[in-house]
Design a protein around this ligand. Structure first.
Ligand SMILES: [Zn+2]
Length: 146
């Protein structure tokens, strides 16, 4: 003679198997019959089903292969900002570099500050150029895959 509790102990492991689609048709039928008459297992089934759906919904968008395409319009404003900044900074840097080479009266701290700015600009330029090249490669790769 089996009690309700021991029946549940048999069916509980089948519930997650059913949600993963791992049960045989017979096991599935037995489980459905038990769930139909057992509120406890029915609740467990619904809970697990909900959790599984949440898990899928949560994982799918962050999966690397399922990332939404980058919105190109979003890139416009930072690009404009960088462009304006460069338009202002580059002539200043050029002027500063010229002064650095031709004006021996320039205080040491101004020389150091200007040298640091010019060096920083060069480093940033190389870094950004490198990223552009790598991004272009990735784009080409994506096009090939599609
Ligand atoms: Zn049960």
């Amino acid at each position: 003679m089996t009690t309700e509790a021991s029946k549940c102990a048999v069916y509980e492991p089948l519930i997650s198997g059913a949600l993963d689609g791992e049960l045989t048709q017979q096991e599935q039928q037995h489980l459905q019959l038990h769930i139909a008459e057992c509120a406890k297992c029915q609740r467990l089934y619904t809970e697990l089903e909900g959790m599984q759906q949440q898990l899928r919904a949560g994982i799918a968008p962050t999966h690397p292969l399922h990332q939404p395409p980058v919105n190109r319009a979003v890139r416009f404003w930072p690009l404009l900002g960088w462009l304006l900044l460069l338009l202002g900074v580059l002539p200043l840097l050029g002027y500063a570099g010229y002064q650095l080479l031709t004006d021996p009266q320039l205080p040491v701290w101004v020389r150091l500050a200007m040298g640091s700015m010019i060096l920083g600009a060069v480093v940033l330029f190389i870094y950004v150029a490198r990223q552009r090249v790598m991004a272009a490669r990735t784009d080409n790769y994506k096009k090939v895959k599609l």
